[in-house]
Design a protein around this ligand. Structure first.
Ligand code: 5RP
Length: 223
């Protein structure tokens, strides 16, 4: 019986095959990505540099000799490799379990190709079982929370969590995520809400899904 961590490692190792040499790439955040950083470091593949989305990934990259570059120094990234909390057949995702979805969305939008790496538990029919992470400016937290309730959500403050940019996270259940792009846009219209964890406007291009019976490569199914 394979553990979830073993599956994450398999997906991460497979993703190294998709990394082009002599290019700038993006590297996300989370336990699946940690396996990717290790595998990329050990592969000996030479990239020009990587933009990353958290201190933890940055430290791990340094440990494995992967050169880091600031997002303001690049115009585009060839690929972006990151995990997800949930992903559907349209390659739309919920991200932000690690409170890094704001830098993750910026890096995703800088990238030509988004490769999501995940174990099979993350592939869902419908988004929304995982509470949607929402980054808020601290002084607007209660005001934003009231707006979220009006939209049908139940926000809960993530205790003790400060994001890279000094903001707070509300984890929200109960929102109707049946039209993810619509909800992603509607949420970002709320003043004081910095970014939400729906990745629908910029979904993944490829999902590397590690399952107990092998690795599956999945692209958006628009049926
Ligand atoms: C961080 C993220 C991660 O990609 C997501 O939480 C998945 O994490 P893990 O690989 O540890 O399961 O969005 O903000």
């Amino acid at each position: 019986m394979m553990t979830q961590d073993e599956l994450k490692k398999i997906a991460a190792e497979k993703a190294v095959e998709f990394v082009p040499e002599n290019e700038y790439i993006g590297i996300g955040t989370g336990s699946t990505v940690n396996f990717f950083i290790e595998a990329l470091g050990k592969s000996g593949k030479k990239i020009k540099g990587a933009v990353t989305t958290s201190k933890k990934s940055s430290e791990l990259m340094a440990q494995y000799g992967i050169p880091e570059i600031h997002p303001n120094e690049v115009q585009r990234l060839a690929i972006y490799v990151d995990g997800a909390d949930e992903i559907n057949h349209m390659m739309e995702m919920i991200k932000g379990g690690g409170a890094a979805h704001l830098p993750e969305k910026i890096v995703a939008k800088l990238s030509d190709q988004f490769i999501c790496i995940a174990d099979e538990s993350k592939y869902v029919r419908r988004l929304g079982k995982f509470p949607l992470p929402i980054e808020v400016v601290p002084m607007a937290r209660s005001m934003v929370a009231r707006q979220l309730v009006k939209l049908g959500g139940q926000p809960e403050l993530r205790i003790g969590c400060k994001t890279l940019h000094g903001n707070e996270i509300l984890d929200v259940t109960g929102l109707d995520l049946s039209e993810p792009i619509k909800m992603e846009r509607a949420l970002n219209e709320i003043t004081g809400l910095v970014e939400n964890g729906l990745f629908a406007e910029r979904p993944a291009d490829l999902l590397i899904l590690a399952k107990k019976d092998g690795v599956e490569l999945i692209r958006a199914n628009v049926k």
